[in-house]
Design a protein around this ligand. Structure first.
Ligand SMILES: Cc1cc2nc3c(=O)[nH]c(=O)nc-3n(C[C@H](O)[C@H](O)[C@H](O)COP(=O)(O)OP(=O)(O)OC[C@H]3O[C@@H](n4cnc5c(N)ncnc54)[C@H](O)[C@@H]3O)c2cc1C
Length: 301
């Protein structure tokens, strides 16, 4: 990362929101559910599927958590009603996890039940380490309660992830494997990019050798090449895996994966609460400095 890019990244909190919004547009479908539906239809025409995410996290009032749960329920209806190749991604903190665990469990299980009735799948995103145990507990509880249309996420940067994967295998789980996006301490997480890659590779091998479905969520070229090789060696059928990418990131590579015959799913966030999600994406983007400079100079993203 150049010095200028680093400077832009540390300055993001003081860059006017209007500029951040311009640059961030590429990562978000738009403010409304109809935007996510339209983006999904476009992706389907290109041979991909989507997972829809309602932007918003770390909710601290019951009213807001109830309202967010209702919006997520409307996503399930929209997926079903429009015949979309899509599933719901949900953050437990948006359903009230910080308020009361039982309340959040009620909310997520109501969504999973509704989704099951309509043939829709639900995945719980993985947030930062204060929520890892409880998210995995919710997953196991949902499965024990007989819900099979639910999946979870494993973050390769966490030192605990191998043990977590081993603890999940008995469920033949649907697991999205990603590197992990939150800032974690060295006690919890690998910091060296090569160590994170190496962890990703060994977790992927572990997941692919078990039953269940693995979603390979990365834009890292080395990991994608490695995964494609592994899938070919193991002759893994398409029902057992997918590649997942974020909206607006490495679209050329996405198209190559589709052309190579792999199932590809795109994470499609929508909503008004775009700032936290967008700044996380911008910090990962090697071109962020150029985009911000362009938006400042031209007023366009
Ligand atoms: C579908 C999906 C779901 C996810 N769900 C979760 C989750 O539940 N919990 C969680 O902690 N994390 C989640 N993540 C985020 C993930 O953990 C990483 O932060 C993110 O994907 C970047 O890691 P990477 O593997 O792409 O590798 P990186 O090393 O970050 O990126 C590899 C390359 O991809 C390109 N790239 C990456 N990001 C951008 C960008 N924003 N703009 C332009 N180019 C970019 C660059 O060329 C970069 O060199 C998810 C990611 C995906 C794809």
């Amino acid at each position: 990362m150049s010095l200028f890019t680093k400077l832009v990244v540390v300055s993001l909190p003081i860059i006017p929101k209007s500029i951040v919004r311009l640059v961030a547009q590429r990562y978000i479908a738009g403010p409304h559910l109809v935007d996510a539906v339209a983006v999904t239809k476009d992706l389907m025409a290109r041979g991909a599927s989507s997972t829809i995410d309602v932007l918003g996290e770390f909710v601290s009032s019951r009213e807001r958590a109830i309202a967010d749960t209702a919006i997520q329920a409307s996503v399930i209806d929209a997926i079903h009603g429009n015949g979309l190749a899509s599933y719901l991604s949900v953050k437990l903190t948006s359903l009230g996890l910080d308020i009361d665990h039982d309340f959040a469990y009620e909310n997520v299980s109501s969504l999973v039940k509704k989704a099951a009735a309509l043939g829709v799948f639900v995945r719980m995103d993985m947030e930062n380490t204060p929520y890892t145990d409880i998210t995995l507990d919710f997953y196991r509880r949902l499965r024990r309660d007989g819900h099979n249309n639910v999946g979870v996420v494993i973050q390769a940067y966490l030192r605990r992830s191998e043990a977590d994967v081993l603890s999940l295998l008995a469920y033949d789980p649907s697991v999205r494997l990603c590197k992990g996006i939150y800032v974690e301490s060295e006690d919890h997480a690998f910091k060296d990019p090569e160590e994170i890659r190496s962890s990703y590779r060994s977790l992927l091998r572990l997941l692919l050798s078990a039953k269940g479905q693995t979603h390979i969520a990365t834009h890292d070229e080395a990991l994608i090449v490695d995964a494609e090789k592994l899938l070919a060696e193991r002759l893994l059928p398409k029902e057992r895996y997918e590649f997942e990418m974020l909206l607006g990131v490495r679209e050329d590579r996405r198209n190559i994966l589709i052309r190579n015959g792999h199932p590809v799913r795109i994470y499609v966030p929508f909503g008004e609460d775009w700032y936290g999600y967008s700044t996380r994406r911008l910090k990962e983007n090697p071109q962020v400095a150029g985009y911000v400079a362009k938006a400042i100079l031209t007023g366009r993203g």
